[in-house]
Design a protein around this ligand. Sequence first.
Ligand code: CP
Length: 320
Amino acid sequence: MRVRGHFMDINKFSPKFKVSSPNLINLSRLTTEDIFEYLYAAKALKTKYRAGENPALLKHKTIALLFGNVSTRTRISFEMGIRQLGGDFLFLPKGETQLSRGESIRDTAAMFKRYGFSALILRAFSTEEIETFAKYSGLPVINGISENAHPLQILSDLFTIWEHKGKLENLKLAYIGDGNNIANTLLMGCAKCDMNITLASPNNYRPSESMLERAMQYADIQLTSDVREAVQNADIVYTDVFISMGDAESEEKKRVLRRYRVTEELMSLAKPDALFMHCMPVHRGEEVTEEVLDGPQSIVYEQAENRLHLNKAALALLVK
Ligand code: CP
């Protein structure tokens, strides 16, 4: 079933600064309007931040960050963002809680509201576990990365694209490389914003069929194993590491993906004003050459900065 035909121009959208879902678990659950709400809120908060204004939207609120793996951008941008909005946080490494000794998520989740938290940011939990946290905590839950989704990253990236290109609809994004959680979430996010997507991945490393089918309800998605074909006419070239966090190191996978590396020669086949994007951390020289990463088309540090503004937007929209 195709659900196309309702797309809006983001620049004609009137934000109401509210979203239909009380949680941010993945982009499959969000409407296009919800996605635009997050992007407009990030834009408003970034403008204020740049003007030296930090509205105290989280005054008297404490946010729990329960993380099951390491992080640079997600952790720091949340901790700084919460401070900037006048709130407080508690960073909880999963391995230092009783979860690591088998306590149930249900029993753990039930504590958070009683201790006075206002929201729960979860990292490296499965979708099912995140849903259990939402059900038993009674708090807004935000997915800070899971095995198949990274919604904060992709909302932030859509915001960055909008800033640079002045629009989203009809832009062409070429994703090159492993069909991981970033690829999954990009497909859904771009599809819901009426962008055109071409995915160049080896057959064995494509996103799951179910994810592709869901995204294809919203947009035409071209699949190819030819990187040169994929980047033709692209406005954005996006890649990620070959081996994602939590996945086993595999020399065979790296060998297969070697010809999916983004090089200056590959970038030259995209539009002359094409942007290069990567969610970071980067393995310099592996999935992308240093010339591209440090070159004039790369906006990777802006992507990283915008995590701050988008995370603040998520808290502003979800914390009551
Ligand atoms: N992109 C991203 O999530 O970065 P971290 O793993 O450093 O949080």
